[in-house]
Design a protein around this ligand. Structure first.
Ligand SMILES: C[S@@+](CC[C@H](N)C(=O)[O-])C[C@H]1O[C@@H](n2cnc3c(N)ncnc32)[C@H](O)[C@@H]1O
Ligand SMILES: Nc1nc2[nH]cc(C(=O)O)c2c(=O)[nH]1
Ligand code: SF4
Ligand SMILES: [Mg+2]
Length: 230
């Protein structure tokens, strides 16, 4: 952070710097992924990500954003009148103060979910938060970043998601679930990379192999074709 940025922030902020987060967008939509799919949800998208999944659909969140007070974020979330809040990114856990945001959202009584890459430690995430944790398959280009010890911090209400771009990714995912008995820890979601693997092919592989996983399509892409703010 440059000193000039710091000056601008301190001139406009009502909170100490320790309570600000860099935010790309806050929007009100229908949850398009994971167990809370279909619920009206407010999304808080944090800026920045240390990974570069080749198929990432939110590259616009890697840079930029605005520094916002956590209480100001809470006020904007409240203005939408939704029971569900999804904290996502970029990689939300790359900003340490995300943990405080999650805690305050839970204290305010929301059903809170966190979309996270699986590359950063989830141990200190508030236990009330439903973690939706990716395991990155090889075609993402980031599978070496999977922090396997995160599996030990999953609670029964959490979910593991594997986004699949090819038959090879599918076989990797199938083996990972079996080897780490992930389905015995929490719900497992398999989702096709939008536009890369035929959704029907993935569905048929899951049926054929009798896998204990839940097939998932990104509902917001069907509804809004990935338009901004949805
Ligand atoms: C944009 S990421 C943000 C949160 C975090 N960085 C992560 O990767 O989980 C949110 C979710 O969208 C998924 N995603 C990103 N691009 C996708 C694509 N092209 N097709 C399907 N899912 C995608 C990610 O795998 C992740 O589960
Ligand atoms: N509608 C909608 N649902 C979502 N669920 C997770 C999202 C994300 O980008 O993390 C997302 C998103 O971008 N839009
Ligand atoms: S970790 Fe998430 S935000 Fe980062 S590049 Fe991968 S999909 Fe995109
Ligand atoms: Mg998205």
């Amino acid at each position: 952070m440059s000193s000039s940025t710091t000056n601008v922030e301190s001139a406009t902020s009502t909170q100490p710097a320790s309570e600000r987060l860099r935010i790309t967008e806050i929007f009100h939509s229908i949850q398009g992924e994971a167990d809370a799919i279909g619920w009206r949800t407010v999304f808080v998208r944090l800026t920045g990500c240390p990974l570069r999944c080749v198929w990432c659909d939110t590259e616009y969140s890697f840079y930029g954003g605005n520094w916002r007070d956590i209480d100001d974020i809470l006020a904007e979330v409240a203005s939408h009148g939704a029971a569900h809040v999804c904290v996502t990114g970029g990689e939300p856990l790359a900003q340490k103060r995300c943990l405080l945001l999650l805690h305050k959202l839970c204290d305010a009584g929301y059903e809170v979910s966190l979309e996270t890459s699986g590359a950063l430690d989830v141990a200190d995430v508030d236990a009330r938060v439903r973690k939706v944790m990716d395991l990155k398959a090889p075609d993402s280009g980031e599978s070496q970043r999977n922090l396997w010890s995160n599996l030990d911090h999953l609670l029964p209400h959490d979910q593991v998601k594997i986004v699949i771009a090819s038959r090879a990714d599918y076989e990797w995912a199938r083996n990972a679930v079996a080897e780490h008995r992930i389905d015995q820890r929490c719900m497992v979601l398999f989702s096709p990379v939008h536009g890369a693997v035929e959704p029907r092919a993935l569905a048929e592989w899951i049926i054929q192999d009798k896998l204990p996983v839940r097939f998932q399509l990104q509902l917001h892409k069907l509804l809004w074709n990935d338009a901004p703010g949805h």
